[in-house]
Design a binder for this molecule. Structure first.
Ligand SMILES: Cc1cc2nc3c(=O)[nH]c(=O)nc-3n(C[C@H](O)[C@H](O)[C@H](O)COP(=O)(O)OP(=O)(O)OC[C@H]3O[C@@H](n4cnc5c(N)ncnc54)[C@H](O)[C@@H]3O)c2cc1C
Length: 377
């Protein structure tokens, strides 16, 4: 069975099926990694990351098939990604520090730790790992094999279909004992044995005891989230929208407001063939369903498109930390030269949630019912 469909119609069919058959037992089963095709979890992350399907759409379907009270854990997980993204917005130097550290660790072909070797192959073959296996893998990488967390985060970055700068960097930092200071996540053989349903038992192979002595680095204060101005949905003249991997459903908001616009989808080649194929196919699906959308793969083509369509007002997906594509002087100066106004559009989903994401998840979580209300689901 193909784990990651590349059309919206198949994805929605799968989501309905998951919501009807699996979601009720999600909270009980979600920590088990039973192996592919990972039926007990949603496998929505590559789509959420690109918003090929967005949070509101997913929760609408999930709630239409279940009593909201019975799927609170799933809703909470959907908000984890939002939370990490918001948290990184208020701690941007954490991502810069990660980027600036040399990462030259090459992974030995076989480590002899069966589960670890298996997960490495699974990730390379499918672009995906179950959440619990990501935690075990990261923990073994750092505490048993002795590699840096940054090199591990980079390995994931190169191979995950759902790579998200916030969830990945902060996930690795959390395992390493940096996010919750000196409280690392330690992979234990009996825990792996239980939650893989007996598929693996690396007894005696893991370093199950560590003492950390990090000093909490307060090398920068928490930045409050400054919301960009809300736009008024009036009829702009010559409105253009660019979709990219930060948001592939942004145009729906403008459809819902009965606005007319021209649209192009921007995507560049990914060096990992599996990821590149996946991106190409989901974009093909968008282009198939929207015959008037154009495809662009470099900045010159974007400029040509802007000129050809006589765009005067341009909407681009908001770029959170680690996700910069167009928010640079060169591009913005070019827009100025062409007399094109631009807005990096922040969805209400993020606008409402990010201000609460400056501290721990426990604090953030209290706001979920209110955030759901605001989302009008
Ligand atoms: C070291 C490490 C690295 C990670 N790197 C990434 C990454 O680059 N991109 C990414 O999207 N997630 C990452 N995660 C989080 C999580 O593992 C994946 O989101 C999840 O496994 C995706 O599978 P799913 O869609 O079947 O999840 P489900 O269990 O079905 O959850 C539904 C959705 O909730 C969100 N979610 C669930 N758990 C988490 C979590 N712990 N953190 C953030 N969001 C979560 C995801 O968007 C997911 O699609 C990482 C976790 C760890 C421990």
């Amino acid at each position: 069975m193909k784990m990651f469909p590349t059309t919206r119609s198949k994805l929605i069919k799968n989501l309905i099926n998951f919501s009807e058959k699996e979601l009720l037992s999600y909270s009980k089963k979600r920590n088990f990694d039973f192996g592919t095709p990972h039926k007990n979890v949603s496998k929505l992350s590559p789509y959420l990351r690109t918003r090929f399907i967005n949070e509101e759409e997913i929760l609408k379907i999930a709630i239409s098939k279940n009593n909201i009270k019975n799927i609170e854990k799933f809703i909470e997980e959907i908000f984890w990604r939002t939370y990490w993204r918001g948290w990184l917005e208020s701690h941007p130097w954490i991502y810069d520090e990660y980027l600036n550290i040399g990462k030259d660790q090459t992974l030995p072909k076989k480590t002899g730790i069966k589960c670890f070797d298996y997960w490495k192959e699974e990730l390379l073959d499918t672009g995906y790992l179950h959440n619990h296996s990501r935690m075990w893998f990261a923990s073994i990488w750092i505490f048993t094999l002795g590699y840096s967390w940054q090199s591990g985060a980079d390995f994931f970055k190169r191979n995950l279909l759902d790579f998200c700068p916030a969830s990945n960097t902060l996930g690795w930092r959390w395992v390493a004992g940096l996010q919750t200071i000196n409280k690392p996540y330690l992979a234990m053989s009996d825990n792996i044995n239980y939650f893989t349903n007996g598929r693996f038992n690396p007894i005696g192979q893991l370093n199950e005891k560590v003492n950390l002595n990090y000093i909490e680095q307060r090398n920068g204060h928490v930045l409050p989230f400054v919301k960009p101005d809300k736009i008024e949905f009036k009829n702009f003249d010559n409105l253009g929208i660019i979709l990219n991997k930060n948001d592939l459903t942004l145009h729906y908001i403008f459809d819902n407001n009965q606005m007319t616009y021209d649209c192009c989808v921007y995507s560049i080649k990914h060096e990992n063939k599996l990821i590149d194929d996946f991106h190409k196919k989901i974009i093909q699906d968008i282009l198939k369903n929207n015959k008037n959308f154009e495809f662009t793969e470099n900045h010159n083509q974007i400029i040509d498109w802007l000129i050809k369509k006589k765009i005067k007002q341009l909407i681009l997906p908001y770029e959170t930390v680690g996700n910069t594509i167009f928010n640079n002087d060169k591009f913005k100066n070019k827009l100025k030269e062409l007399n094109i106004k631009h807005i990096f559009f922040l969805r209400d989903w993020d606008r409402n949630a990010f201000p609460y994401a400056t501290k721990g998840f426990f604090n953030f979580k209290k706001n979920i019912p209110n955030l759901i209300n605001l989302a009008n689901i």
